[in-house]
Every structure is written in structure tokens, then in C-alpha cells.
Design a binder for this molecule. Structure first.
Ligand code: DGL
Length: 276
């Protein structure tokens, strides 16, 4: 009985803003019956240029807000938050907590043939070395891996503006990724919520021989497994999605359409996170 009421609860997802919708989209595609509460901390975005202490504090406030809504699982959809705040979130929540870094790292290790893996993300994610640690932690015995990282801060505003396949996007991709291409990585982890939007432009520049790892897709697979393992999967109903932001819901709706398409967003409310 208790398990059943637990499974009826929604999955809570948070991101620093709109980017986590790439993760929500993959979860909704894989688990269409699950209820989801999405929180975008639009008042304090971007997290990618902030200190670990600040990102942890913001992430804890986001988690407390979602816990108050009665969620069964917490997803840190933001790579920057996943890079620095998972231990703190796990300590505080008492429910399964999942980030986006480990699923992406595992997929990269599975995919690489040459052992040369590229990782791109925000400044804070790259500086934390969370992907290197997760990749080295996930490798099979004896596998020798080289991880080459690069922060690509301008990809975030490009994605938000919807400039994903124009000459500015192409030139920015070339400047940031030339070095990774020259070094011959065969796998490239898109280690930031926004980067999957630039997938086509990145793939064209890197060439078809390079496999792009979308953390969002991999995380959705992990969430499904974790829900199954904990007997928390919800079946046989239409899903409800509620969205919360900490500022400027109009911009969230507008940019959200770039991420989810025209009819993507459900009910949207504004919340003051400073009281959590
Ligand atoms: N959500 C962030 C991430 O995935 C990107 C935007 C930001 O810097 O807050 O790292």
C-alpha cells in the first residue's frame, strides 16, 4: 500500500533555468505517464559562472521547494548543480537523487573506441572535474582513457536565443571545438543542459566519426531503471506537468518553446526561493 502511494507522487526536476527542459523532454518521452514538477531558477541563472558554495546553496533551496510538493525522486537536471551539489542534496532529501553527470560519463566510456573522450560544459562544471572523476570511475578494468575538457560559455545564450544553426553558432562552435577535433576525440559529452540544442551544428563540425553523448537521454534511461528498482513506476494515467520559475515566467514560456516546441509547457507559476 505504502509503495503504491509513493509511486503516485511526481518526479521533481530542477535546473538553473530553462535548459533542464531538455532533460524533462527525454523523461516525458520515455515515461509518459509520470507526473512531473519542474523548477527553473530563472532569477539566479546562470549557475555556470558561480562558486560551488553558491551553487550548492541554490540547489538546496530548489530541492527544499520540490520536497515540500511531495516528490518521489529528485532530478538535478543542471550539469553545474550535478557537478558540485549531489552529496549535499543526498544528505538532505531522503529520496532517490539523480544528477546528469554519471549517466553521461558511463555512456561515454561505453562508446569510446580510441579512449579519447571530449567533455564540454560550463566553466563551473569543467573546473569541478566532475566528468573526469565520473569517467575514470566508470571505466572498465585496464581501459586507458584520456579526457579532454573545454568550457563553452557562449553556447548557453546562443541556445536561449534559438541561434543554433546560423553562422554565429557555426563560428562559435568552430572556435570552441577546434582543439578537441584536432586532438581526435571519438566521443564528445554535451555536458550542459543547453548544448543538445546545438547538436546538429556540433556534429557537422566534429564530423560523423565523433559520437555525441546527450546527458539528457542517458539520464532519462537511468531514471527509468531507478524507478523500476524502487518499485516507483507510475502506470495507466495521463501525466500532469507543473512548472515553476523564480522570475520572469514570460521569458521562460518564450524560450521554453525553443526547447519543447509549441505546446510543451503546462501550468506555470512563480515562486520565491529565498524563503527555502
Ligand atoms: N543548466 C546549466 C548547466 O547545465 C547551464 C546554464 C547555467 O549556467 O546555469 O550547467
Amino acid at each position: 500500500m505504502e509503495k503504491k502511494s509513493e509511486s503516485d507522487k511526481p518526479i521533481g526536476i530542477f535546473d538553473s533555468g530553462v535548459g533542464g527542459l531538455t532533460v524533462l523532454k527525454e523523461i516525458a518521452a520515455r515515461l509518459p505517464e509520470e507526473d512531473i514538477i519542474y523548477l527553473g531558477d530563472t532569477a539566479r541563472v546562470p549557475y555556470g559562472i558561480k562558486s560551488p558554495e553558491t551553487v550548492i546553496k541554490f540547489s538546496q533551496q530548489n530541492a527544499r521547494f520540490l520536497l515540500e510538493k511531495g516528490i518521489k525522486m529528485l532530478v538535478a537536471a543542471c550539469n553545474t548543480s550535478s557537478a558540485v551539489s549531489l552529496p549535499a542534496l543526498r544528505e538532505e532529501t531522503g529520496i532517490p537523487v539523480i544528477g546528469v553527470i554519471e549517466p553521461g560519463a558511463r555512456a561515454a566510456v561505453r562508446s569510446t573506441k580510441t579512449g579519447k573522450i571530449g567533455v564540454i560544459g560550463t566553466e563551473a562544471t569543467i573546473k569541478s572535474m566532475a566528468y573526469e572523476k565520473a569517467i575514470k570511475g566508470a571505466r572498465g578494468q585496464g581501459a586507458k582513457l584520456e579526457v579532454i575538457t573545454k568550457s563553452c560559455p557562449l553556447f548557453v545564450p546562443l541556445a536561449e536565443e534559438g541561434w543554433i544553426e546560423n553562422p554565429v553558432a557555426e563560428m562559435t562552435v568552430e572556435i570552441y571545438l577546434k582543439d578537441l577535433r584536432d586532438k581526435g576525440v571519438d566521443t564528445l559529452v554535451l555536458g550542459c543542459t543547453h548544448y543538445p540544442l546545438l547538436k546538429n551544428t556540433i556534429q557537422r563540425f566534429m564530423g560523423n566519426g565523433v559520437l555525441l553523448i546527450d546527458s539528457a537521454e542517458e539520464t532519462a534511461k537511468d531514471i527509468e531503471s531507478l524507478l523500476k528498482e524502487n518499485d516507483l513506476l507510475l502506470k495507466g494515467k495521463l501525466s500532469i506537468k507543473n512548472f515553476y520559475v523564480s522570475d520572469n515566467p514570460e521569458r521562460f514560456s518564450k524560450v521554453g518553446r525553443v526547447f519543447l516546441g509549441e505546446n510543451g509547457l503546462g501550468r506555470l507559476s512563480t515562486v520565491d526561493l529565498s524563503r527555502y
